[in-house]
Structures are given as structure tokens and as C-alpha cells.
Design a protein. Structure first.
Length: 283
């Protein structure tokens, strides 16, 4: 019997997946503590590259439906990401703000798509050392034509539509293709600026001052109107309590298993996928 147990322990020690399985078992059977009081505030974390919005939008929608939750802290530390999911998050926050106050807190980086995601919060507070802004759009593709010639690879293409091959990495873009892509990024940039100006009460005519892909320190971001205050997380929480009319905060805690899986989930795969998904505009 003891020999069998010893072999199992040895196997777990030698196999990473075995360790993961053991950790999951421990989390599942870990004693659960019943909350003494019902949570009245919730923190939603937006971190890492934004490649999908499904998970965080669900959190936002659940917070909206939960009548016990009186306010939400959106804790942001993200360099931005793809355009559509950033907009999905922004408009989910806009809808949530109609029902209960949202304070967006820049705990590290609130730039590009992650700033877009935060603009409809009631207030934006930034850590003194955070980086804010980068309101711009970029579209990139490598030109591997010379490399292909070196290794003896040629492409064969059949297409319908002048611009169907726009953005190809196999050769230099034509003048017409570049103009087409520049039009696309300009349209996306104009939408970005328009939403920021509307949400923050800024003048579109003055966009060069707060947009144009400028990267700001917290102090300069406040001066140009991108954020409301500078402070640490505890101050953001206090501000949310005030806006939500909560005298004693009880913060919603994630289920232990859910929290464990969140930490286990890596962002690297999504990051790598984004490079091979094809040409796309990113914020």
C-alpha cells in the first residue's frame, strides 16, 4: 500500500500536468467560507492584450444584473489590442454606467484600446506612475519578399477585387493598396477620437493635444482631460464608495476555483495568435 502511494507521489512530482491536477483537486475541495455579508461593490480587472471581449463583457453584464452590486471598479493594466473587442468593452461599460457608477482605475497602463474601453466610466483615476493615452490606430505587416526569394518560395494568387490582396506580407504594397489601408485606419482613428471627445467632453478640433497617439504620464493626462484624478487604488475605491452611496464596502470575491483558473490562464497564446491571424488594425 505504502509502495503504491509512494509511486503516485513520485509520478505527480515528475509530471507537470499531475501537479496541475492536484492543485485543481485541492482548490475544488478547499473549505469554502460563507460570506457574512452580501457584496455591494465589485472589481473587474482588464489586463493584458485585448484580443477578445467575451469574458469581461459577461462580468460587466452580470454586475449590471446583480441588484446587490451598487458600483464597479474597472481596474485597468493593458497596452490595448484589437479594435472590435475594445469597443465592445467600452459600450458595455457605457450601458453599465446608466445603472450604477463605474470608476476606471489605471493601475499600470491604460493606453490605446484599454483607454477606449474605459472612457465611459463616471470617473477615470490613474496611479501616479501609470501611462495613459496612445489614442491612435496601427496596421502592420512584414515584407518577406526578399526572404522568400532567398529560400526559393513563390506565391500563386487568384483574386477578384482590386484590394483583395491589400496588406499581403509577400511583397511591397502598391500605392493604391497603401492608400486603401490608410483610409481604413483613418476611419477607425476618427471613430476613436469622436468617442473619446464625446465621453470626456473634449473638443474634436483640439484632438492633436490629447490624441495623435501621444503617450502621457498621469499628470499630463489630467492636464489634457483624459483622466479626472491621480491617486492610488485605495483612493479609487473610496471614490467609488462615495459615488455608489455605500458606507461600508463589501467587495465581491470570485469563487476560489474561478480565481485559480484565471491565474492559470496564460495571455501568451492569444498574443501569439494575434500575429498570425492576418492583417488587422489595432488600438
Amino acid at each position: 500500500m505504502f509502495s503504491t502511494i509512494g509511486n503516485i507521489i513520485k509520478w505527480i512530482g515528475q509530471h507537470f500536468m499531475g501537479m496541475i491536477f492536484l492543485l485543481i483537486v485541492l482548490v475544488v475541495f478547499m473549505p469554502k467560507t460563507d460570506p457574512i455579508k452580501t457584496a455591494n461593490l465589485q472589481e473587474i480587472v482588464l489586463t493584458g492584450p485585448i484580443m477578445t471581449a467575451d469574458k469581461i463583457v459577461k462580468e460587466i453584464e452580470d454586475a449590471q444584473k446583480n441588484k446587490n452590486i451598487k458600483g464597479v471598479l474597472l481596474n485597468v493594466n493593458s497596452p490595448g489590442g484589437a479594435v472590435p473587442p475594445s469597443i465592445e468593452i467600452a459600450y458595455a461599460i457605457k450601458e453599465l454606467q446608466k445603472h450604477k457608477p463605474v470608476i476606471a482605475y489605471a493601475s499600470g497602463i491604460m493606453a490605446s484600446g484599454s483607454y477606449y474601453s474605459s472612457i465611459y466610466a463616471q470617473k477615470i483615476i490613474a496611479n501616479p506612475g501609470s501611462i495613459v493615452g496612445s489614442i491612435g490606430v496601427i496596421m502592420q505587416s512584414a515584407n518577406i519578399e526578399e526572404l522568400m526569394k532567398t529560400i526559393g518560395v513563390k506565391t500563386q494568387t487568384v483574386k477578384q477585387g482590386t484590394y483583395k490582396e491589400a496588406g499581403t506580407p509577400t511583397r511591397e504594397w502598391t500605392k493604391e493598396e497603401r492608400e486603401e489601408l490608410e483610409t481604413l485606419t483613418k476611419d477607425t482613428y476618427d471613430l476613436f477620437v469622436k468617442d473619446v471627445a464625446t465621453a470626456r467632453g473634449l473638443e474634436i478640433s483640439n484632438a492633436k493635444a490629447y490624441a495623435d497617439a501621444h503617450i502621457f504620464s498621469s499628470q499630463r493626462a489630467k492636464e489634457v482631460g483624459l483622466i479626472d484624478d491621480i491617486g492610488v487604488k485605495s483612493q479609487a475605491k473610496t471614490e467609488l464608495m462615495k459615488e455608489a452611496n455605500v458606507t461600508k464596502a463589501v467587495w465581491k470575491e470570485k469563487d476560489k476555483f474561478e480565481s485559480f483558473m484565471d491565474k492559470l490562464e496564460g495571455k501568451t497564446i492569444l498574443k501569439v495568435q494575434s500575429y498570425f491571424y492576418g492583417l488587422k488594425a489595432t488600438l
